[in-house]
Design a protein. Structure first.
Length: 422
């Protein structure tokens, strides 16, 4: 208000109240066109000469805004409201310019300024926001294109995404997706092969079980019935063993173990041998054991599967009265400390021409005289590979039978053959 009041005072004729002409006063009569507000937001004002009102704004009252004509700013009650009034006078104090603002006009001005700032702020925020939205849409356009391409694929379609239809901006992401799709496809194919192989392998023993059960039911003599029941019991044992091996195979297929803890494999060897001692006695077979404390990095469950399959294979293919030698010793191989786990029998052995194939899944040597699933040694080969070990096969003692030796890298806690701890 102060700048506006001083501007009005400076615009008045530079004359005193004694020589102001009547023409000037008449031209400035209150209510004349000269007294109307020329600016819509200008304050309410009055111009007094010798306490006589000669000019006022359209909304100004006819009484002084500041009856005391005291210069400066003050709050004055006018019409039931409190006005903020500023009074300024010329040098001799005869001409006063009073400028005031009502509460209503102050609120209106605040609202007006606030609306301007809100509008400007909204524009300032909206423009960058729109720009950011456009940039984001442009940036994610390749991702949207890839999404549309994925949605067009059929269920169980795990073929890699075609590279020529993929924008270069997401090429790295697409390569990662393709690797995952390849892994999923491999896992699903392995599961399908497992189901097909399991169904194929279970079909024969189940058919034999059913046939022997029918023979036992229709037997005319006790001897025929007992013979059929013995064959039935043998078939049940075979089916049980096959089921265990299929479960072991499924466990290995689903295993994602990448690191192995340190274990003393000699304890595991002794435990597995004790589990098979009763089977060996029933078959009039013997098992000898030679173990030393031997520490390796290994998965205890997988190592148990390996040892059980090696012993089961040796017992099944050995003659009645045969001998199986199990060993677990520390040794050197190619100058490196390692642990050798071996199973050796004096049975008919495996012809050299077939030794590379016996570790293939579901492979069986024709004419061996024993029924088997062809899974056990394939599990052994897979566990050996997962432990980064080395597999060695050959003839047993005295060039008879068959031996399997697995060489594991020795862990730091291994003990040499002379008892020296490494």
């Amino acid at each position: 208000m102060e700048p506006f009041a001083r501007l009005l005072l400076a615009g008045l004729p530079s004359s005193t109240s004694s020589n102001l002409s009547s023409a000037t006063i008449e031209a400035s009569e209150p209510g004349s066109s000269a007294a109307e507000s020329r600016w819509p937001n200008e304050p309410t004002y009055q111009i007094w000469v010798n306490h006589r009102l000669i000019m006022r704004s359209k909304d100004a009252p006819s009484t002084p805004l500041n009856p005391d004509f005291r210069q400066g700013i003050a709050d004055q009650p006018i019409g039931g409201d409190v006005w903020r009034v500023y009074d300024v006078a010329d040098a001799n104090g005869s001409t006063h310019v009073q400028v005031g603002r009502s509460p209503r006009k102050r609120r209106g001005e605040i609202i007006h300024v606030a609306s301007i700032w809100v509008t400007l702020t909204t524009l300032l925020l909206a423009l960058p926001g729109a720009a950011v939205w456009l940039v984001i849409r442009w940036s994610f356009a390749p991702v949207d294109a890839m999404r549309d391409l994925m949605q067009q694929r059929k269920p169980y379609d795990l073929m890699p995404l075609r590279q020529e239809k993929i924008p270069s901006e997401v090429q790295t992401l697409v390569n990662s997706f393709n690797r995952i799709l390849e892994q999923l496809n491999s896992a699903i194919q392995a599961e399908r092969r497992f189901i097909a192989d399991a169904a194929h392998e279970l079909r024969t023993p189940l058919a034999l079980l059913a046939a022997n059960a029918q023979v036992a039911l229709r037997a005319d003599t006790r001897e025929e019935r007992e013979a059929a029941l013995r064959r039935l019991s043998t078939g049940v044992e075979r089916s049980t063993r096959l089921s265990e091996q299929l479960l072991d195979l499924a466990q290995l297929d689903s295993s994602h173990v990448t690191t192995h803890p340190t274990v003393d494999i000699s304890d595991l060897v002794m435990m597995v041998v004790r589990d098979f001692e009763s089977t060996a006695r029933q078959n009039n077979q013997s098992i000898t054991l030679n173990v030393q404390p031997a520490w390796i990095f290994g998965h205890i469950d997988e190592l148990g599967i390996l040892l059980r399959n090696l012993l089961d294979n040796a017992l099944r293919y050995s003659f009645a009265g045969g001998h199986i030698a199990v060993s677990c010793v520390n040794t050197l191989r190619a100058g490196a400390a390692c642990v050798c786990v071996g199973v050796e029998d004096n049975g008919p052995g495996v012809p050299e021409a077939y030794r590379d194939r016996i570790f293939d899944r579901f492979y069986r040597i024709a004419g061996s005289g024993q029924t088997g699933s062809g899974i056990g040694l394939s599990l052994v080969a897979r566990i050996v590979a997962s432990h980064h070990a080395q597999l060695e096969v050959g003839a047993g003692s005295d060039d008879r039978g068959f031996h399997v030796r697995v060489y594991f890298a020795a862990a730091a806690k291994s003990v040499d053959a002379d008892g020296t701890r490494r």
